[in-house]
Ligand binder design. Structure first.
Ligand code: DGT
Ligand code: CA
Ligand code: CA
Ligand code: ZN
Length: 574
């Protein structure tokens, strides 16, 4: 486990323990916020500490900075060790189960002696949990749902996590390989990844030695001449060494998906060919006709090259045969980030620092979209502070040429569908993201439709509300939302944060059919999180999007025209 993750885990555990003890909520949230930031920043925590920059991390004040230093010096945190003695660790782990709050868990622990997942299953099945005060059938149903999510979640990892692991492995072994690349669901940029599949060409014995002796390896599951598997951070990483003339065939086969490959095999069969991880062969003569590159493989089947993100058998093979594959959006097409939080709400960085980072990335704009007032734990902006922020940004913008900080907000969509700030305030902004942050159990269609019809709204933030491994989204009639968004010229966000990836890929593809436009936003709370835009582009590509359909590939003028048009048409409709 790397240092950032290990530290984040400890801080989260402290929060869990405090929660079980019923400590005050602001203290608990402080640990969680710091943990979240540390886990997702690209910077190495040791380096930040060495450079005396710990305070730049959101949520890290003096108290937590002290704990971080303690951890870096001693490998642990005293407070954590003390708490561990008071509360069984296994119990704290159960707090990771969605929909199972600390109050319920505490009760179950004290009254029914629940200390483990098995205990919890037992008290649900024998009905004793349902008999505790405050427990109803709905609550029990939710806990069951949470347990299913929890057990499902634990054997897969987030895409961001997988990229990090694979990046580490390639960094360790690429100098010993003639060729090396990751395949599998990771290459397809799937939102979660089971295990990591790596392919290499070169001296097998040497590569296997280096691969199995990397620092972060905790267990060698298998070590052979052409295939090995190890565990790192409790995740499996497989490697295969192949011959150069098989490279394309192996890469194609192990990239998958299985469904895509099955369909390809059918096509091969129709043509009297056979396809496997070694190549494409003529069945009647046994002659090998392709294998060195993926282009060759697809070509032999009468298809153009299909980008990995499309290989799900969602129609890409038919499209490739007809020459109708879309030209997919690329990371280099992105001109700006449209969802960023500053230290005016719950972000860790000043607007100046965010602008500096956006410039460094070559962006032409960045939207500051802090929370609005009803999101209290995030220190959301009321009208007065928003107006202050607006003049502040106007001032900063004077210094730039060919770059603009967009005045924005992530305004809350209230339960009745109205927005958390007045029209007169919203009209002063360049970019308004409207998001649902409450009542996740209730159908949100009407709320979102009201927001779409509001003249000032440019974008619906994290439209489904789901959090990977944590909670399902609220129920929504997607066809209604897609139709309305297309009709009123409102973007749906592809929230690129690794915990969200919302709108999910398959819904992006469906929405595209309605003519909806999309905005990719990282939801960064720290400049070290801007890299997640890559994940958002992955989702966009999996949803078959071109750069014309992603508004942050547009230049600033075109983007602002889109906003102005929506605003004037929206007003006419009212
Ligand atoms: P994951 O690891 O669960 O996120 O998903 P993948 O897609 O990486 O699946 P994995 O690791 O089991 O296998 C990697 C690729 O190998 C998979 O995408 C396609 C190929 N593959 C594995 N098993 C089969 C199979 O039974 N038939 C075919 N045609 N391909 C397979
Ligand atoms: Ca895999
Ligand atoms: Ca695998
Ligand atoms: Zn939000």
């Amino acid at each position: 486990m790397n240092k950032n993750k290990e530290l984040a885990r400890i801080l989260n555990r402290i929060a869990d323990f405090l929660e079980l003890k019923g400590d005050v909520i602001y203290k608990i949230n402080a640990y969680r916020r710091a943990a979240r930031a540390i886990e997702s920043i690209a910077d190495d925590i040791e380096e930040l500490a060495r450079e005396n920059r710990l305070h730049e991390i959101p949520g890290v004040g003096d108290r937590i900075a002290k704990k971080i230093k303690e951890f870096l010096e001693t490998g642990t945190v005293k407070k954590y060790e003390e708490l561990k003695k008071e509360i069984p660790e296994e119990l704290a782990e159960l707090l990771d189960i969605p929909y199972l709050g600390p109050k319920t868990l505490k009760l179950a622990y004290e009254k029914l002696g629940v200390r483990s997942l098995d205990d919890l299953k037992r008290v649900i099945e024998d009905g004793s949990l349902a008999k505790l005060p405050g427990m109803g059938p709905k609550k029990i149903e939710n806990i069951k749902k949470g347990m299913a999510l929890y057990t499902k979640g634990s054997d897969r990892m987030l895409l961001g996590e997988a990229l990090d692991l694979a990046g580490y492995v390639l960094g360790q072994i690429s100098m010993y390989c003639d060729r090396v690349q990751y395949a599998g669901s990771l290459r397809r940029m799937k939102e979660t990844v089971g295990d990591i599949d790596i392919l290499a060409v070169g001296d097998g014995a040497l590569i296997m030695d280096k691969f199995t002796s990397m620092d972060r390896v905790t267990e060698v599951i298998a070590k052979g001449e052409t295939k090995s598997s190890v565990l790192m951070d409790n995740r499996q990483v497989d490697i295969r060494v192949v011959e150069p003339h098989q490279w394309g065939a192996a890469l194609q086969y192990f990239t998958g998906s299985k469904e895509h490959n099955v369909h390809l095999r059918e096509i091969a069969k129709e043509k009297g060919l056979k396809i496997n991880e070694y190549g494409v062969f003529d069945v009647s003569t046994g002659e090998r006709i392709a294998g060195a590159t993926e282009e060759e493989i697809y070509g032999a089947l009468g298809l153009v090259f299909i980008p990995p993100e499309l290989r799900e058998d969602w129609g890409e093979i038919e499209a490739a045969r007809e020459g109708k594959l879309p030209k997919l959006v690329e990371l280099s097409d992105i001109n700006g980030d449209l969802h960023v939080h500053s230290n005016w709400s719950d972000g860790g960085f000043s607007i100046e620092r965010i602008a500096e980072e956006a410039l460094r990335l070559g962006y032409s704009y960045v939207a500051i979209t802090d929370h609005s007032k009803s999101v209290r734990i995030a220190n959301g902006l009321d009208e007065k502070r928003l107006l202050e922020q607006i003049s502040y940004i106007d001032e900063l913008n004077r210094a730039f040429k060919d770059f603009r900080i967009l005045k924005g907000i992530e305004v809350d969509i209230l339960p009745d569908g109205s927005l958390d700030l007045s029209d007169s305030a919203l009209e002063k902004l360049d970019w308004v993201v409207a998001s649902v942050h409450s009542r996740f159990g209730e159908d949100a269609t009407d709320r979102i439709v009201s927001a779409i019809r509001h003249p000032c709204v440019c974008c619906i933030g994290h439209p489904s509300g789901r959090m990977l491994f944590q909670r399902d989204g609220y129920p929504v009639d997607w066809d209604v939302i897609f139709r309305e968004a297309a009709e009123h010229g409102v973007c749906l966000e592809i929230n690129a944060h690794q915990d969200r990836l919302d709108l999910p890929d398959y819904l992006v593809k469906r929405a595209k059919e309605y003519g909806v436009k999309f905005a990719i936003g990282t939801d960064a709370h720290h400049v070290g999180q801007f890299w997640m835009v890559k994940l958002g582009v992955g989702v966009a590509r999996r949803g078959w999007l071109t750069k014309e359909e992603v508004v942050n590939c547009w230049d600033l003028d075109k983007l602002m025209e889109f906003v102005v048009k929506k605003r004037s048409e929206g007003k006419r409709c009212r």
